[in-house]
Structures are given as structure tokens and as C-alpha cells.
Design a protein around this ligand. Structure first.
Ligand SMILES: [Zn+2]
Length: 280
């Protein structure tokens, strides 16, 4: 058995995943942004008692991660997490090796896994998580592409309106995350702000597709789950904005790995090759 953990701004979701990579059981613990590393480690003791014996564990963290060293570098969703050597600390609680990665990276690994199990021939995909903010992950040749500093896939900071766009928490203007935050869709899709956000998403995602040509763009996250029709609209806007050849060919689909994707993928990460790949 493998333990997967998905830490978010409001909850810790744990998953028990068997040695064939199948999701067995999940459990949710409510948390909040005040959850400090010390509180997390306390909670982890409780999770370990629920999970029973496991041979490895993985953690998806909502922020910047140094996956090589197992450090949580920072998070905009959790207070007090700055360059925390969380892998070493969690290993001391769990007694098994633990891998740490960004939560959207973990979800992308689950998405790859689920699609392959369903018989899809997929090696490359871009996952975009639309929630309060926008997260992204890139899988190339069946492996997570983390980049030199682990920052690859920060699609929420693709700039679409540099001059007149709203300020972003990164200090610049007109980032995708600032133009299309989740709350803009609370009133549905049939209004000006939501329509402009969809167009902005199309512009930003088209740039990503033009650079990577992944063949598959997957949209997930809480906003996609709540809003019927959003994927079709974003897909349409993205195709219109992309290079014609890329827009015509790319599949743009809703994520299929489900609400436990982050925890499931974190477990897969724990037993994946060190580079974050899944064997076929
Ligand atoms: Zn930004």
C-alpha cells in the first residue's frame, strides 16, 4: 500500500493506493491557512494511524516545491511555510520515504495514469487547474517537466495584458491568474467579466500550446467541476487563439482523474522513477 497526501488551503486529503496504482480509499481532514508545518506533522500522525502500514508516501503541496531536496519553498495558501524540509520531517513521522512535489504536478501524474489505464496512448499533456488561482503542470514523454528551479508549468503567470491588466500577486500585471480568478465565474458564464476571463484563458493557453504542442490539454480544478460548459467555451477560445494547425489538432478535455487526483498522484509519485515518470 502507498499513501498519497494532497494538502490544500482548506483540507488535507489522504489516499490509500495499492501496489498496482489503483485508488483504494480516501479520507479528508479539514484544515485552514493557519496550518503550520508543526500542525501538519501532528495531523500526519493521525493520518498514519488511518492509513495503516504503507511502503512509501507522497505529498502534493500547494505552492513552490524543491522536489529534489523535498523542501516546501513557499505557498500563497498556507501561512508559515518557507523553505521547510518537509520530506525529512514527514519521514520521521511516517517511517517510510516520502516524495514531495507541487500539488498540480501530482494531479497531472494521476491524470496520465488514469488515461493510460483506460487505454489512451498519451505521453504529453498539459494540465491546467482552475480554482481560486490557476495552476499548471507539464508532462512530456510520460514524465513531469519541472524545469531547472521546479517552476515549470506556472501557467497562472502567463501574461496576457501587460499594460492594462489587473495586478497579480507576483508583482506584474495581466497574468492569467489575475484575469481569470475562480470567483469571476461565481455568477455563471453569461456575463461580461466571465466572457472576458474565458477569452483571456484562451489567449494564455494558446501560447502554452504554441510552445509545447502537447496534443492534449486537460482542464481541471474546482471551477471546472462546478461550471457546466466552461471547458467547451475555454476550448473554443483557445482554438481560435492558437496557431491554426495546433488549434485544429489539440484535444481539450475535462480532467477525468477526479477530486482525489492530487492525493492519488502523490502516491504514484512516491513509487515513480526519480524523474517523476510513469512506466507504460
Ligand atoms: Zn503573476
Amino acid at each position: 500500500m502507498i499513501l498519497g497526501l494532497d494538502l490544500g488551503g482548506t483540507k488535507l486529503l489522504a489516499a490509500r493506493v495499492d501496489d498496482d496504482g489503483a485508488l483504494v480509499e480516501t479520507r479528508r481532514w479539514p484544515t485552514g491557512r493557519a496550518l503550520s508545518p508543526a500542525h501538519f506533522l501532528e495531523l500526519l500522525g493521525e493520518v498514519a494511524r488511518w492509513a495503516g502500514p504503507v511502503r512509501a508516501a507522497g505529498l502534493g503541496f500547494p505552492g513552490l516545491v524543491d522536489a529534489g531536496r523535498g523542501h516546501a519553498r513557499s505557498s500563497v495558501m498556507l501561512d508559515g511555510w518557507r523553505d521547510v524540509p518537509i520530506a525529512t520531517q514527514a519521514e520521521a513521522v511516517l517511517g517510510v520515504p516520502i516524495r514531495v512535489d507541487n500539488d498540480v504536478n501530482a494531479a497531472a501524474l494521476a491524470e496520465l495514469h488514469v488515461r493510460r489505464r483506460a487505454g489512451e496512448q498519451v505521453d504529453d499533456l498539459v494540465l491546467v487547474a482552475l480554482g481560486t488561482g490557476i495552476g499548471g503542470a507539464v508532462v512530456l514523454d510520460g514524465r513531469l517537466h519541472r524545469g531547472r528551479a521546479g517552476l515549470a508549468g506556472e501557467i497562472g503567470h502567463v501574461v496576457v495584458e501587460a499594460t492594462h491588466g489587473p495586478p497579480c500577486r507576483c508583482g506584474r500585471r495581466g497574468c492569467l491568474g489575475a484575469l481569470a480568478p475562480g470567483e469571476i465565474f461565481l455568477g455563471g458564464l453569461e456575463n461580461g467579466p466571465a466572457e472576458r476571463a474565458v477569452e483571456a484563458l484562451g489567449q494564455g493557453l494558446a501560447s502554452v500550446l504554441n510552445v509545447l504542442d502537447p496534443g492534449l490539454l486537460v482542464l481541471g480544478g474546482g471551477v471546472v467541476d462546478r461550471l457546466e460548459g466552461l471547458v467547451a467555451r475555454v476550448a473554443d477560445a483557445t482554438r481560435r487563439a492558437a496557431m491554426a494547425e495546433i488549434g485544429a489538432d489539440v484535444r481539450i478535455e475535462r480532467a477525468i482523474a477526479g477530486a482525489a487526483a492530487g492525493a492519488w498522484g502523490a502516491a504514484l509519485l512516491a513509487v515513480a522513477a526519480p524523474a517523476g515518470g510513469l512506466s507504460r
